[in-house]
Design a protein around this ligand. Sequence first.
Ligand code: KG4
Ligand code: ZN
Length: 348
Amino acid sequence: MTTILGIETSCDETSAAVLTGAGNDARVDSLVVLSQDVHRVFGGVVPEIASRAHLTALVPVVARALTDARATIGDIDAVGVTYAPGLVGALLVGVSYAKSLSFGLGIPVVPVHHLEGHIFAQSLEHADAVPPFTALLVSGGHTLLVDVAAWGDYRLLGKTRDDAAGEAFDKVAKLLGLPYPGGPHVEELARAGDPKRAPFARPMLHGGQRAGDDDFYDVSFSGLKTAVRRARQAPGGETDEMRAHLARGFQDALVDTLVEKTARGAIAHKRTRIVLGGGVACNRALADAMRTRAAAFGASVYTPSPRLATDNAAMIARAALFRFEAGDVAGLDLSAYAARELPGLHAA
Ligand code: KG4
Ligand code: ZN
């Protein structure tokens, strides 16, 4: 059994977790997530403010995680930390702190790619959410469709060509006068909308696409966002009733596209498990539509609870356990990177 302290500071959540385990048998002993509310007034994350907030929050957040786990710092065998991708100043706070702990305690530091954390998140709640599976990662910064043959063996099927799914939700929320982050508000408003009143074309989705075409798995949401803006500015687009129809029309188009592309990936690789990760995986319409579509070819869909879908250090600790067991530890020259390819990712 290995006890890992996980640290996540890639964006606007300061998070620490203690996890104990071996292989797929891992238990979250504690998880503390402190969300930085300060960004709400700016309508988006302000990088410099995020870094400073991590700096003040990280030490008490780690202390709390240790207390909640009834552990002391001496119980920790390794510290896992998100080193990429994300806001580089924010990441540096976590990485520097993790390296200090590593140096001070004489324990290894394990670098974790943020998206690998999202791939592992569901396995903390569902024992069956283990490879092989098809993973759809949909967050504010990323939209990635990946075939996971084994932990650490990732085949890139598709990605967004412009906006990430969460980013599209956030931008449409802004157009509709909703607060940031917009995803949950758009989902709520869409419930009151009529799916037939503001239908939008499904981006990058048509029946003539064949496996091997470069648009077979890729998605694109910026045209959809522009279509929502035009409809909002058109006569009648400003009413409250129409706002709900627009939210519904947008969400339906985005969900249909993601569901169909994910189904294509699962069917092509004969996967019977589909795992959703990232903040947008909290969207009930997406999870329900994915379940209905997957049932048609006998696949199960795993979605994490909101606590583990959004950014958190438990998923980072879990991915760190895997990397630690594989011997992927870093030296004190470990740095933070705004962009870095997912380790183990290869082309289709
Ligand atoms: O994974 P996450 O917490 O942070 C990133 O790594 O980006 O994802 C945050 C994103 C935001 O864009 C937010 O609007 C979106 O997830 N989100 C949702 C929902 N809950 C959060 N999008 C759609 N429906 C939701 N219920
Ligand atoms: Zn994330």
